[in-house]
Structure formats: C-alpha cells, structure tokens
Design a protein around this ligand. Structure first.
Ligand code: TYM
Length: 328
C-alpha cells in the first residue's frame, strides 16, 4: 500500500483552514493509503511558545483528529518528538541541503520579517525537518494546504539529491491539494492563521460562528445594502462554496449580484451551514475529552507503529551513508 504522511503543528486550536485545507481530505485518503498523521511538536518550537501548554495542545490536536474522523484502525496518529528518527534524519538531510535553498523559501522570508529579533536556526531549517518527517516513512503523497507547496518542492529536491548521491532510497513525494487549499481569514486579507487572530476554530459554538461571521469582511466595493455585490471577490462567498449546498450557493450568487440579498442575510445562511458541519465535530471532541485515556492510547499505538517503519528506514539510510558500523 502506498504511504501518506501529513501533520499539523500543535500551536493552537485547529481552525477551518486546517480542516478544509488538509485534514478533511486525510479522512478519505485513509482507505486508499497507509496513512501516518503527525502532531509535529518540534516544528511548533521555532517561534516562542509556552512549554507548560504543550501537552494540552498536543492532546487537543489528537482529539480534533479523532473528532474529525481519523480512524486509528486505518491510520497511525503520532507525535513527532516521540519518534526520534525524525530529528536524526533531519541532521543527515542538513548535510546535503545548501543554505541557499532554505533562505529562498517564502515562509522563511515571511517569518523572518515577522520575528526579526528571534531568528533562530530552527526557522531556517524548518523545511528540512519537514522533509525528514515525510521521507522517513517513504511517503508517496502529502495532503496539505497551498502554503506548504514550497516545502514540498524542497522535499523533492532533497530527495533527488540524496538518491543521486547515495543511491535510490526515497520516492519523490507528490502533494495532494483539496478545493479548500487556501482559506482566507475573516479579515479577507490574509490567509486564515492561528497567529493572525482571523480564524473560525473547529470547536467554536454556533453563537461564536454567527458573531465572527457578522464582523467578517465581504466584497469591499459593496458599501450599502442596495449596492449590487460581487461574489467573485467576496470571502464569505468562497466559504459558501465549501459549506453550503449547491442550490443555496446558486441563490446567494445570483441574489447578491442583484442586491436581492444583503450581506447580513448571506452571512446568516453561511453561519447556519457552517454550524451544521462543525457541531458534530465539537460535540465529538467534548465526548472524547471525557475519555482522554483513549486518546492517549491511540497516540501510543500510533507512535509504536510509526517507530517500526522509522527504524527500518534509518537502518537502510545508515547503510547507504556509511555509518552502519559492523564492529558495533
Ligand atoms: P500548519 O500546522 O500550519 O497547518 C496544518 C495544515 O493546514 C493547512 N492550512 C491551511 N489550508 C488552507 N487554508 C489555510 N488558511 C490554512 N492554514 C493551514 C496547512 O497547509 C497544513 O496542511 N509545516 C506544516 C506542518 C508539517 C507538515 C510536515 C505537513 C510539518 N511536517 C510534514 C505535512 C508533512 C505546517 O506548518 O502546517
């Protein structure tokens, strides 16, 4: 069976960007691939974070994975730092990755302007650890949002260089993008992101959703209720396409252009549909939180399964790179 690896940083509650851009598609892929879904805690350490909260955030992420529909009978759910081969392989990949490949990565440029006084090597090296996450399991495909494509491209470059230098070990992983690959934040300007306070979280209540959508930016040209709107440039309409049924999408599209429907009503319809989708996830999370030992057991089993593959790959790599010593 072909393999998949993907992951989320436990840097805060999961939002609908994570869900629509990545995790929703992970569920379908479980039947076709052997899937390993990680909680990539070492990645979440490249910016300032609170060590005291890490355990809570990792468990929250695992609970969300299960609530959304990841099935531990089909997939392995694991924690990156618990499989030490991730960082071991990252070091090896560091030795074949030119610094110039890393300084041109868009997310590095962006983060280095956001955190100019905290430019640690981890921020630069971030995509190498990500490459290690993926190729440690010889993953053939990686379902991610659009913002991760440059990292995936770099992973393929690293794979080509490794295979060329030491002999073929790794497949070149392809990316799998879903229709929600780039969800914009409620400000309508930037990508939805935990760090930008522009999110709808997966465990927001219908009331939270209604209030947040009420403040969300729509078509900037539409100033008054009677102005005709343009759904093509409206973030709320993009969300309708992902949460509403086709009749409603068509209705909103048509009636917005003729000013038959205003932004307030349009947002109410979206809030209802979004709540219908997210409420079962929120409720399932509440249920799982009451049985947190089950969530921990799922992680322990997933770590065990991942470790078997990781150790196998590391043996093969060590052989190839000449550090498998016969006298040890
Ligand atoms: P992270 O934690 O930022 O996001 C997790 C996943 O959610 C997607 N995503 C979005 N998709 C659409 N619209 C958005 N606004 C949005 N925001 C986030 C991301 O594209 C991602 O798929 N570097 C990764 C974590 C990682 C990883 C890996 C992923 C580490 N190692 C190996 C895949 C394979 C990250 O920061 O994701």
């Amino acid at each position: 069976m072909k393999r998949i690896f993907s992951g989320v940083q436990p840097s805060g509650r999961l939002h609908i960007g994570n869900y629509l851009g990545a995790i929703k598609s992970w569920i379908k892929l479980q039947d076709k691939y052997k899937c390993i879904y990680g909680i990539v805690d070492y990645h979440a350490m490249t910016v300032k974070y609170s060590p005291d909260d890490m355990q809570k955030r990792v468990l929250d992420c695992a609970t969300s994975y299960l609530a959304i529909g990841l099935d531990p009978k089909k997939s392995s759910l694991m924690i990156q730092s618990a499989v030490k081969e991730h960082t071991e392989l990252a070091w090896i990949l560091n030795t074949i990755t030119p610094i110039s490949w890393l300084t041109r990565v868009p997310t590095y440029k962006e983060k280095s302007s956001q955190h100019p006084d905290d430019l640690n090597i981890g921020l630069l090296d971030y995509p190498v650890l990500m490459a290690a996450d993926i190729i440690l399991y010889k993953a053939d495909a990686v379902p991610v949002g659009e913002d991760q494509l440059s990292h995936l491209e770099l992973t393929r470059e690293i794979v080509r260089r490794f295979n060329y230098r030491f002999g073929r070990v790794f497949p070149e992983p392809k990316s799998i993008l879903s229709s929600g690959a780039r969800i914009m934040g409620l400000d309508g300007k930037s990508k939805m992101s935990k760090s930008l306070n522009n999110c709808i979280y997966l465990d927001d209540t219908p009331d939270d959703i209604r209030k947040k959508l009420a403040r969300a930016v729509t078509d900037p040209q539409r100033q008054r209720r009677n102005d005709a709107g343009n759904p093509d440039v409206c973030n709320i309409f993009s969300l309708h396409k992902l949460f509403s049924i086709s009749e409603e999408i068509e209705r909103v599209n048509k009636e917005c252009r003729t000013a038959e429907i205003g932004c307030v009503e349009c947002k109410k319809i979206l809030a209802k549909n979004m709540s219908n989708d997210l409420t079962p996830i929120r409720e399932k999370k509440l249920e799982l939180n009451k049985d947190i030992d089950y969530v921990k057991d799922v992680l322990l089993a997933g770590i065990k399964e991942s470790k078997i593959i990781a150790m196998e790959t590391m043996e093969e790599i060590k052989q190839k790179i000449g550090v498998k010593y016969t006298f040890l």
